[in-house]
Design a protein around this ligand. Structure first.
Ligand SMILES: Cc1ncc(COP(=O)(O)O)c(C=O)c1O
Length: 484
C-alpha cells in the first residue's frame, strides 16, 4: 500500500514529519499573525491545555451519563459564560441554559435552528441580520432553509440603523441577529433597540458575540465604553461566545447560551426510530471529543478572572498602539473606531493599494487579513489583535512605514482587461473547473510556494460580485483538496 498506510513508522519519525509539514504554516505564536489565531503569550498555557486535551481526547460527549467528567466541565463552561454575559446561574429552571459547541459557526447554526424550530407554524422562516453579520448566518440559513433579510450597514458607522432592522421584521421572521462586535470591523451593533423590538413582536434575538464576547466585559471593567450587549439586555434570547478566540482555548470550542432552558429546548435533536441507541444531541455532532472541552476548562481555570482582565489590558494597549501607528501613516485611514480588539484600515491614496500593502507586510513577516470592497465599504486590512502583539507594537511602526513605501513604489495591482471583464460579468454557473485551474496556475497559486503574493488574486476577487467570488474560491479549494 502506498501513501499513509505504506508501512508503520516510529513515533519520533511521525512527529518529525508533522513538524516538517508545520514549517509551511503561518506563525500561530509571536504576535505577527492578525487572523485565525489568538495568542495570549502566557507562559505554560499551551502545555497545560495540550495536557488537558490529551486527558480527554478519547472521551465521547455523545453520552454524558457514560462520561460525567465532560458534563461537569461543559456545565462549568456554560456557567462561566453565563456569569460573564449577564446570565443567571442560581440553579433554577429560569436560569441561563447553554451548550458547548465546536465553534462559532456551529453555535450560530444552532441558534438559528432553535429559533426556527420554536416556530413550527412559520412555513417560510426568515431571519433579519445586518450586512456585517458573520457569514455563518448565511450558512445556517442555507443548511436550515431559513431565508435572510439583510439590512445594509452605514458605510461610516458600520452598523445597521435600528429602524431598518425593525422595519425588516415581518410575520415570518423567527430571529433577529446583531453582532457584539462584528468580525470585519469590530463594532458593536445597536443591541438594545433591536432586541426590544424583536421581543415586542415575539421574535427571538441572537447576539453574535463569538468574536469578542470574552473580552468586551473585561474592556468595560477597564473603563472602555462598551454598550450593554449581553443577556442583561431585555429581549436578547441567546448569545454565542467562542472560547477558542479571546478565552484563549485551543481550537474547537464555543458556547451558545439561551436565556433559559425552555428557549434552548428546540435546539436538541432526538431520534429513537431505528434499531440502535436513541440518539439525543444538543449540538450538531453526535460523537464529540472531550479534548477541546477539557482544554477550554483548563484555560479558564489557569487564567481566571484576573488573568483575563490583565490580558484585556495588554490587548487594549496593543490595539491603541497599532491604531495610532496606522492613523499617523500618510494615506491610511482607520475604517472604524478601534473600540474592541480589531484594527481595520483602508487607503485613501489611489497609489497605495491595500492588497499590495498586505503582501508587503507579509513579506516582512506580518500577516494581516485583506477584506474586499462591500456595500460601499472600501477594501481594507483587518487586524484581530491579541495580547501577544503588545511587545511587537513598537516594531510595527517601522514595518508599516517600510511596507507602505514599498507598496507605493510597486503601485496598485493590475488586472488584465479580459480577466477584469470576465470577473465583472461572468455568471457564476458558467465558471468551469478548468477555467479556475488555468487562472490559478497563471497566478502562481497551488504551486510550490505556499504563500505567494496575493494582490493580483485579491484584485480580481475584489472585482467579482460575491456570487462569482464564492464560486471561484470553492472551485479553487476543491482543486487544493485532492487525495495524496
Ligand atoms: C463574530 C463571529 N461570529 C462567528 C464566527 C465563526 O466562528 P468559527 O470560525 O469559530 O466558526 C466568527 C469567526 O471569526 C466571528 O468573528
Amino acid at each position: 500500500m502506498e501513501g499513509l498506510l505504506s508501512g508503520s513508522a516510529g513515533a519520533e519519525a511521525v512527529l518529525a514529519e508533522i513538524r516538517a509539514l508545520r514549517e509551511a504554516d503561518l506563525p500561530t505564536h509571536g504576535g505577527t499573525l492578525f487572523a485565525y489565531v489568538y495568542d495570549p503569550a502566557v507562559p505554560g498555557l499551551d502545555d497545560l491545555t495540550s495536557a488537558a486535551h490529551a486527558l480527554a481526547a478519547h472521551v465521547n460527549g455523545l453520552d454524558p451519563t457514560a462520561f460525567p467528567s465532560l458534563l461537569t466541565m461543559e456545565n462549568a463552561l456554560v456557567g462561566a459564560a453565563a456569569r460573564l454575559l449577564g446570565g443567571t446561574v442560581e440553579g433554577g429552571p429560569g436560569d441561563t441554559a447553554g451548550s458547548v459547541t465546536s465553534g462559532g459557526t456551529e453555535s450560530l447554526i444552532l441558534a438559528v435552528k432553535a429559533a426556527r424550530d420554536a416556530r413550527p407554524e412559520v412555513e417560510r422562516p426568515r431571519l433579519v441580520m445586518p450586512a456585517s453579520a458573520h457569514a455563518a448566518f448565511a450558512k445556517a440559513g442555507h443548511y436550515l432553509g431559513v431565508a435572510l433579510d439583510i439590512v445594509p450597514v452605514d458605510p461610516a458607522a458600520l452598523t445597521p440603523e435600528p429602524e431598518a432592522m425593525i422595519a425588516a421584521m415581518g410575520p415570518n421572521t423567527v430571529l433577529a441577529v446583531v453582532s457584539a462586535p462584528s468580525y470585519a470591523h469590530g463594532v458593536v451593533d445597536p443591541v438594545a433597540p433591536v432586541a426590544a423590538a424583536a421581543s415586542a413582536r415575539g421574535i427571538r434575538c441572537h447576539v453574535d458575540a463569538c468574536f469578542g464576547g470574552w473580552v468586551l466585559p473585561y474592556l468595560r471593567r477597564l473603563g472602555r465604553d462598551v454598550p450593554a450587549f449581553d443577556l442583561s439586555v431585555p429581549g436578547v434570547t441567546s448569545i454565542s461566545v467562542d472560547l477558542h478566540k479571546y478565552a484563549y482555548a485551543p481550537k474547537g470550542v464555543s458556547v451558545l447560551l439561551h436565556r433559559n432552558a425552555a428557549l434552548r429546548m428546540p435546539q436538541y435533536f432526538g431520534w429513537a426510530d431505528w434499531p440502535g441507541y436513541t440518539m439525543v444531541n444538543p449540538v450538531i455532532s453526535s460523537t464529540r471529543s472531550g479534548g477541546p472541552i477539557a482544554a477550554a476548562y483548563a484555560a479558564l481555570r489557569y487564567l481566571g478572572d484576573d488573568g483575563y482582565l490583565a490580558l484585556a489590558r495588554t490587548t487594549a494597549a496593543a490595539v491603541d498602539g497599532l491604531a495610532a501607528i496606522v492613523a499617523a501613516q500618510d494615506g491610511l485611514r482607520l475604517l472604524a473606531d478601534p473600540a474592541s480588539t480589531v484594527v481595520v484600515f483602508t487607503s485613501d491614496d489611489p497609489e497605495l493599494d491595500v492588497f499590495v500593502l498586505a503582501d508587503e507586510l507579509a513579506a516582512r513577516g506580518w500577516h494581516t487579513q485583506p477584506q474586499m470592497t462591500h456595500g460601499g465599504i472600501p477594501a481594507s486590512i483587518h487586524l484581530s489583535v491579541a495580547a501577544a502583539v503588545a511587545p511587537r507594537v513598537g516594531d510595527f511602526a517601522g514595518v508599516l512605514a517600510d511596507a507602505v513605501a514599498a507598496a507605493r513604489a510597486a503601485g496598485p495591482a493590475t488586472v488584465p482587461t479580459e480577466v477584469a471583464a470576465m470577473a465583472a460579468s461572468l455568471p457564476p454557473e458558467a465558471l468551469t473547473t478548468e477555467m479556475v485551474a488555468g487562472l490559478a496556475q497563471g497566478l502562481g497559486l497551488g504551486g510550490d510556494d505556499p504563500h505567494p503574493r496575493m494582490a493580483p488574486v485579491n484584485a480580481i476577487l475584489n472585482l467579482a460580485p460575491p456570487a462569482l467570488r464564492e464560486r471561484l474560491l470553492i472551485e479553487f479549494l476543491s482543486l487544493l483538496q485532492r487525495s495524496s
